[in-house]
Design a protein around this ligand. Structure first.
Ligand code: SF4
Length: 434
């Protein structure tokens, strides 16, 4: 008799430890060059039988109780191929893509977890194949399953060998910026209890002490000062790590003179404020110019390029000239360009979904202009997004009024990597033209 999904039950206690492995995996596979901490560490439960696999290799199903798989849109193909080689009754999926398209996972997983989750047993104990993630905040992420020295962040002046860690103190966002997928995971701001944040920060401090001096911490919250008690949180982090520089995300509408002073006093080193699409107005950015003038800490501005708005040389030139003018006015220490990635569930989806097919999912990495079908034009756009960032970093404004770009830090190294990636791709396609 063949097994159907309805017959699948979860038995939490198995006597044979060897056959009881719980394995966490991330799709796409963890990229050590980027050094971002895998989000599945938050979901993996306590216990000696739990592992995190850096590689998406095949496992003997008989030894495994559950595979806990975090799937991002760019990892969908990789996940499907891997899942087809494994016992689907043991596969549990969660993350952004299963939250947005749960139906697409019904053939590949026994349980599909929608939204944030840190209590896997309570989550999968719910009936049904598609369940909502349960968050109970009673355990620390399994940092012990991952070599914390792999954590890297691109930060101006940070050298590659300098240790950096990260922490998340809240999830979700109540705003609805038209491009952003954060409210899809959670459209409410959910804060971790302060005592759990304090425990986690102490744990990280002790863990890193084994390897040397911790220099930086990245607070991964999408909008840290949106929390009512953000000052207490920041004070707790800087009290435990008094010499560590803090980097965080905020929106300009949450900042004023007093809050900026408080941040500077509590070791905040760099704030990321999204400039987004320069041709659009965002409520969160109403006060952006004033806030940046007040910032005496490093400013990081990410911006969005909509490839459909820059088709043709004239349009492209016009866009980047406007962007450079904004950058020369705002003078951020760090910038980062991202191509627009329309996410289902966002306001932009209806406008763009006709340009997107499932084959494009693997390009959801923000560095690909995948909505452009002509491959040479696409590669050209990708190259120029990098190129204009270099124009800014090598400008006399940056050199004389911001800082010196040409130091061997993680920012300069990242730009060298992108240069190689974009120029190689562009040259290959250009030379292949008929
Ligand atoms: S861009 Fe920032 S403020 Fe806007 S919805 Fe996303 S997380 Fe919230």
């Amino acid at each position: 008799m063949s097994l159907t999904w309805k017959d699948v039950t979860f038995n939490y206690i198995l006597p044979d430890q060897k056959k009881d492995r719980i394995i966490g995996l991330s799709f796409p596979e963890n990229d050590l060059n980027l050094g971002l901490e895998p989000s599945i560490l938050t979901v993996l439960p306590d216990g000696d039988n739990v592992e995190y696999s850096l590689k998406n290799i095949d496992f003997p199903d008989d030894d495994v109780r559950y595979y806990l798989c975090s799937v991002y849109i760019a990892g969908m193909d990789e996940f499907k191929a891997w899942a087809n080689r494994h016992d689907k009754t043991k596969i549990i999926v969660g993350g952004y893509h299963p939250t947005t398209f749960p139906e697409e996972f019904k053939r590949y997983a026994a349980k599909i977890v929608v939204g944030p989750c840190d209590d896997i047993y309570a989550t999968i104990a719910q009936s049904g194949q598609i369940v909502h993630g349960v968050t109970s905040y009673n355990h620390l992420p399994r940092y012990d399953l991952y070599d914390v020295r792999w954590n890297q962040q691109v930060i101006p002046d940070k050298l590659k060998e300098e240790l950096c860690t990260s922490i998340s103190t809240s999830q979700g966002c109540p705003f609805r910026c038209d491009f952003c997928c954060t409210p899809i995971m959670s459209n409410k701001l959910i804060s971790k209890p302060l005592d759990l944040v304090t425990r986690e920060i102490k744990f990280l401090h002790e863990t890193y002490a084994k390897y040397g001096d911790l220099k930086y911490i990245f607070i991964r919250d999408e909008n840290f000062p949106l929390q009512k008690d953000w000052k207490e949180r920041l004070a707790a982090i800087s009290a435990e790590l008094p010499k560590v520089k803090i980097y965080l995300f905020a929106s300009a509408n949450t900042l004023d003179v007093e809050s900026i002073k408080y941040m500077a006093k509590h070791n905040v080193y760099m704030i990321c404020l999204g400039l987004e699409n320069i041709n659009k107005e965002y409520k969160k950015n109403e006060n952006l110019d004033n806030v940046i003038k007040l910032l005496k800490i490093y400013t990081y501005l990410s911006f969005i390029v909509d490839p459909l708005e820059i088709i043709g040389q004239e349009k492209g030139k016009e866009f980047y000239e406007l962007l450079l003018t904004r950058l020369y006015t705002l003078k951020p220490e760090m910038i980062c360009g991202n191509f627009l990635m329309p996410f289902r569930g966002t306001k932009l989806w209806d406008k763009y979904y006709a340009y997107i097919s499932e084959d494009d999912y693997k390009f959801y990495n923000s560095k690909s202009a995948f909505m452009i079908r002509n491959k040479v034009v696409r590669a050209k756009m990708e190259f120029f997004m990098w190129y204009y960032q270099m124009v800014y970093y090598n400008s006399s404004v940056y050199k004389h009024e911001v800082r010196n770009f040409n130091v061997d830090d993680t920012l300069a190294q990242r730009f060298d990597e992108l240069k190689k990636m974009f120029t190689d791709r562009y040259n290959i396609l250009w030379n292949k033209r008929g």
